[in-house]
Design a protein around this ligand. Structure first.
Ligand code: 26W
Length: 812
């Protein structure tokens, strides 16, 4: 939008005065922020409403992205930027004597997700709006987000995340659109008088689902979509039915808190309630909206695409069936046809322990009608597939097995598309984990490699680098990220390379200042910044990096004069509160940090920084300052990774195993521009097959590794008697599930190559430049375009079409 600084100032003062009945310069920072957020909302109100109306008038196909998690990050800067008024607002506030940075940083970062899956959902929201795809999010408005992490004595401690304390300026409570969700009770079928059956519900708990809508503003104002988050409340007409406050409170409990488990499934009742609550509210609201189109029900799949983000919202399938059968009175076959054509599913994990199954008894009791429908879907599946594929295949693909409902099976059978999130992951799904399904439904399987929004992760997080790029190759790359590859032409330009090194140094200086302010630790910005930021999980192998640090430390102790490339090891990671081993790794790394950071022999050669409370906002500070991006999971375990893409885009060099999207990073950037090491997926699978892996043998035959491992238990690192022992035992006694010891040597060797390269500043900057130039294909805009074209069949809207990014198929 076009807006003068003068007009902005006028509007801002007005916004402040109406909201707080006070003058802007007398308000608190929080009030200043809310006045600004409120102003943004007024600016977009008409367009937001128009977009909604346009979709109805034109009966366009709309996408609904169902996800139990969204991690949008702070919205203020991103909204102003996408609206094209960020600089105007900054200038205006400055002229009013206010500090934009302070105001922007006062915004809370909503932690309504655990990690990769939730952040991906938010990148997708940004891309859908920026491409003009009518795509909305459907999620839960958790009263408390992911816990706040603190370290006490190096141990993780979890505190509640009361993110709504000061209200949420971006949301609109749309009580008009509230729906009732029924849970529990009994259901039985009675004749409906027309020859069919209808369900009768008794003693259900009725919950009012109230939507809170948040605008999702596209880049250049392309379009405004909606993120609809549902909150559980007591239906007003039932208030007097409840005799106790506790019982009423129980209703609200459903949306009280996000489960803090990432890639670790726990079949808890409240979680099942949350999943059904989201699904039922969301599907009801979609069908209510569809009625405004005045079209026959058979056209639902032409106008609606429902995407389920991992299996957590998989009950969408039986819930859509329920409404079509019970309320719309369609036949089973018609309802089933519509459901399959409408739904699609993404799998985000290869870990067995992350696959959701629900006990039949639990579902029967909590969601009796859902159970009936799932059972019937399963019965028909078996009946139809047995003659075609035989017993074995039919049984292994059935939804109900041994008293458990397999949500991935339900999702595949009830949808028309299942995709993995990187090529390697999709192949493993097809060939290994879900091979039986791929035999039955080869046409359903496809790959959609993840992507990230360059707007948040480069334009906003790293403005200096953004300017460098634009100064050299012009601004077109901002809407067509593939054009970043033009930057490759500057590989030999000393001027550009020097400027690139300078930009990186500035970012590192800023991060160093932040580290000092928040941890008291002084780090040298010219040291190599080695970054591993992601959830803490054994398969991601933060402990491999810990052994690497110990190895360096022991070299220094042996020879304090040793010539070693100074490094700052930076970690950011939350562990699930119930994941003891992950928490023990945190304690061990913190304890190592305590030793090395305070040993005068070490000096600046090693510093260890473990940030508390890693999340989107912290990532925005760390990523632009990274030299090395650690992507060191055991091959075959990380579905994709998306941090790897963000770090590459900001010029970090990737230290990686050939896992997840690292493989595609290698394809684009070339292996000479990264540091690859470790077992391949094939080698890992070969070990699984022949069972010959012996970590103890490696321990006993590798003195250098032995020395690092022994340091965990011999008192070299104090205060980890228990944790050090647990790690040591898991790696030696219990045969090292994630092949840490096996990959140690090649990891150390790769790190040595990195040190050597880093000493040649120009060569490092060249590779950094090539990484930036090769990261265009990882724009979520391309990913979303593929989802829209190949899965959702959703079109960008009207005059907005020209904003589409060009298609990107060929590797550069
Ligand atoms: C029910 C417990 C639970 C919770 C979350 C199981 C599984 C999950 C997620 C599927 C885990 C997750 O976030 N997976 C990550 O998804 C990212 C986006 O596709 C990928 O980049 C990561 O590799 C993958 O670990």
């Amino acid at each position: 939008m076009s807006l003068s600084v003068e007009q902005f100032k006028k509007d801002y003062k007005k916004s402040f005065e109406t909201m707080f009945v006070n003058s802007y310069d007398e308000g608190s920072v929080d009030q200043q922020f809310h006045a600004l957020g409120n102003l943004v909302r007024t600016y977009i109100a008409d367009e937001w409403r128009n977009a909604r109306q346009h979709y109805i008038d034109k009966k366009v196909k709309q996408v609904y992205y169902f996800s139990m998690e969204f991690l949008p990050g702070r919205q203020l800067k991103s909204n102003l930027y996408n609206m094209g008024i960020l600089d105007t607002a900054k200038e205006g506030l400055e002229e009013l004597g206010l500090d934009f940075k302070t105001i922007a940083e006062s915004e809370v970062d909503p932690g309504l997700g655990n990690g990769g899956l939730g952040r991906l959902a938010s990148c997708f929201m940004d891309s859908m709006a920026s491409l003009g795809i009518p795509g909305h999010g459907s999620g839960i408005r958790y009263r408390y987000g992911l816990f706040q992490q603190k370290f006490i004595d190096g141990y993780q401690v979890e505190l509640p995340d009361n993110w709504l304390r000061n209200g949420n300026v971006w949301e609109v409570r749309n009580s008009n659109d509230a729906v009732i969700v029924r849970i529990g009770g009994n259901v039985w079928m009675r004749p409906d008088g027309t020859g069919g059956l209808e369900p009768v519900y008794e003693n259900t708990k009725n919950i009012l689902a109230v939507p809170y809508d948040i605008p999702s503003i596209g880049y250049n104002n392309v379009s405004i979509n909606t993120l609809r988050l549902w909150s559980a409340e007591l239906p007003p007409e039932e208030e007097d039915k409840y005799f106790s406050i506790e019982e009423a409170e129980k209703i609200k409990e459903i949306t009280e808190v996000l489960y803090p488990d990432d890639s670790n499934y726990e079949g808890r009742l409240l979680r099942l309630k949350q999943e059904y609550f989201l699904v039922s509210a969301g599907v009801q609201s979609i069908l209510r909206h569809y009625k405004k189109y005045n079209l026959p029900r058979k056209n639902i799949p032409d106008k609606i695409a429902i995407h389920i983000n991992d299996t957590h919202p998989a009950l969408v399938i039986p819930e859509l069936m329920r409404i079509l059968l019970d309320e719309e009175k369609l036949s089973w076959d018609k309802a089933w046809e519509i459901t399959k054509k409408t739904c699609s599913y993404t799998n985000h994990t290869l870990l067995r322990e992350a696959m959701e199954t629900w006990p039949v008894d639990m579902v029967k009791e909590l969601l009796p009608r859902m159970y009936q429908i799932i059972e019937e879907i399963n019965r028909r599946h078996i009946e139809k597939k047995t003659p075609l594929y035989g017993r074995r295949l039919t049984n292994s693909t059935s939804i109900i097995q041994n008293g458990q409902i397999h949500m991935a099976h339900l999702s595949i059978i009830g949808s028309h598309s299942i995709n993995g999130v990187a090529q390697l992951h999709s192949n493993l799904l097809k060939d290994e984990v879900l091979a039986d399904f791929a035999e039955m439904y080869p046409y359903k399987f496809n790959n959609k490699t993840n992507g990230i929004t360059q707007r948040r992760w480069l334009h906003l997080a790293n403005p200096e680098l953004t300017e460098l790029i634009t100064d050299n190759i012009g601004p077109e790359w901002k809407t067509n990220p593939a054009e970043l590859k033009v930057l490759k032409g500057y590989e030999k330009s000393d001027e550009v390379l020097e400027r690139l090194a300078e930009v990186k140094l500035h970012n590192k200086q800023r991060l160093a200042a932040y580290i000092q302010e928040h941890t008291g630790l002084k780090v040298d910005p010219t040291a190599l910044f080695d970054v591993q930021i992601k959830r803490l999980h054994a398969y991601k192998r933060q402990h491999l990096q810990a052994l690497h640090i110990l190895d360096r430390y022991l070299q220094i102790k042996e020879n304090p004069e040793i010539d070693m490339q100074p490094r700052v090891f930076i970690f950011g990671a939350k562990a699930a509160p119930s994941y003891l081993y992950a928490k023990q790794i945190i304690k061990v790394i913190n304890a190592i940090g305590e030793v090395v950071n305070n040993d005068p022999d070490v000096g600046d050669k090693i510093k260890v920084v473990f940030f508390e409370n890693y999340g989107v906002s912290l990532a925005e500070k760390i990523i632009p300052a990274a030299d090395i991006s650690e992507q060191i999971s055991l091959a075959g375990k990380e579905a994709s990774g998306t941090g790897n893409m963000k770090l590459m885009l900001n010029g970090a060099l990737t230290m990686a195993t050939l896992d997840g999207a690292n493989v595609e990073i290698r394809d684009y950037v070339g292996e000479e521009n990264m540091f690859l090491f470790g077992l391949t997926t094939e080698e890992v699978y070969e070990y699984y097959r022949n069972g010959t892996y012996s970590s103890r043998e490696i321990y006993e035959s590798n003195p250098r590794l032995k020395r690092a491992l022994d340091a965990l238990v011999d008192g070299t690192i104090p205060n980890i008697e228990e944790e050090g022992r647990v790690l040591f035992d898991s790696l030696i006694q219990y045969n090292d599930e994630y092949f840490v010891l096996k990959d140690f040597d090649s990891f150390i060797e790769a790190q040595k190559r990195a040190d050597e390269l880093y000493r040649d500043k120009k060569a490092w900057s060249q590779k950094s430049l090539i990484n930036i130039a090769s990261s265009g294909p990882f724009s979520a805009d391309y990913t979303i375009q593929r989802y829209a074209d190949e899965i959702w069949k959703a079109q960008p809207q009207g005059e907005l079409t020209e904003n589409r990014v060009h298609s990107f198929d060929e590797p550069i």
